[in-house]
Design a protein around this ligand. Structure first.
Ligand SMILES: Nc1ncnc2c1ncn2[C@@H]1O[C@H](COP(=O)(O)OP(=O)(O)OP(=O)(O)O)[C@@H](O)[C@H]1O
Ligand SMILES: [Mg+2]
Length: 229
């Protein structure tokens, strides 16, 4: 029972079971990294949407690449009606415009992090901020202080990032991969018929987790992680 308090469910069917504690450890920050079209944004949306729908937890979905309207529309096409939770105040979709000199933590996001009714934050995606950072060093420092701020305010965060190459045999890790408590990699494997979508947990501080490459499926009801047959 006490353990339950320290766990935040991922909102993606099949993903919780890959962690020994059955979800993310509370207050941790998890990076979901992968190639284009891997399903990162869907995982981020499900984290916030199902957090509200299934667990009644307040969440903020931060989009840096798409308009808020587009997020709602894509959500609908995958069976997620964000508007009902936006209207009830449980979910906020926020856009951080990527303009030259944009800060990763504008006041609106800092206020959301400090709001006690917000338990989850998803940022989709981190990649534009990396392009804007004057140097890799400054990018790292910014991320680290951001991750610390989030943990201090009892928020569990999921962040997405692009990875150009997800050859699971020889992944090229980037600066941000080392800064988060958890790292989930999404990509594709060559299969007889073409490609198969897969997901793997690379690290999660403080808990044991599956070491498998699990198949994932995306349909118009969302993304699920499947068991290996
Ligand atoms: N209704 C659906 N049925 C089946 N597959 C779908 C459906 N909707 C989306 N997809 C698949 O999901 C992919 C998009 O997933 P998502 O937007 O989460 O990827 P991403 O990893 O965020 O990509 P990017 O790096 O471009 O942002 C589409 O390219 C498509 O292959
Ligand atoms: Mg995306």
């Amino acid at each position: 029972m006490a353990e339950e308090l320290h766990v935040v469910k991922t909102g993606t069917p099949g993903l919780d079971e890959m962690f020994a504690i059955n979800g993310f450890r509370r207050n941790m920050s998890v990076l979901v990294s992968g190639e284009p079209g891997a399903g990162k944004s869907i995982v981020a949306m499900q984290y916030i949407y199902n957090g509200a729908r299934l667990y009644g937890e307040g969440g903020v979905l931060v989009t840096s690449e798409q308009s808020i309207e587009k997020v709602r529309e894509i959500g609908k096409s995958l069976g997620m009606d964000f508007q009902q939770f936006e209207e009830s105040g449980l979910v906020t979709i926020m856009k951080i415009p990527i303009a030259m000199g944009a800060e990763m933590t504008p006041d609106s996001l800092l206020n959301a992090i400090k709001d006690p009714s917000v338990q989850r934050i998803a940022i989709d995606s981190l990649t534009p901020f990396e392009f804007l950072a004057p140097s890799e060093k400054e990018f790292r420092v910014k991320i680290l202080s951001f991750v610390e701020t989030v943990a201090k305010h009892d928020v569990t965060m999921l962040v997405t990032a692009e990875k150009k190459k997800t050859d699971f045999e020889s992944v090229e890790f980037s600066a941000e991969d080392f800064l988060f408590d958890g790292l989930i990699l999404m990509g594709r494997l060559r299969s007889a018929a073409g490609f198969e979508r897969v997901l793997s947990i690379i690290k999660m501080r403080g808990t044991a987790h599956s070491e498998e490459l699990r198949p994932i499926k995306i349909t118009n009801t969302g993304l699920v992680v499947e068991n290996i047959e």
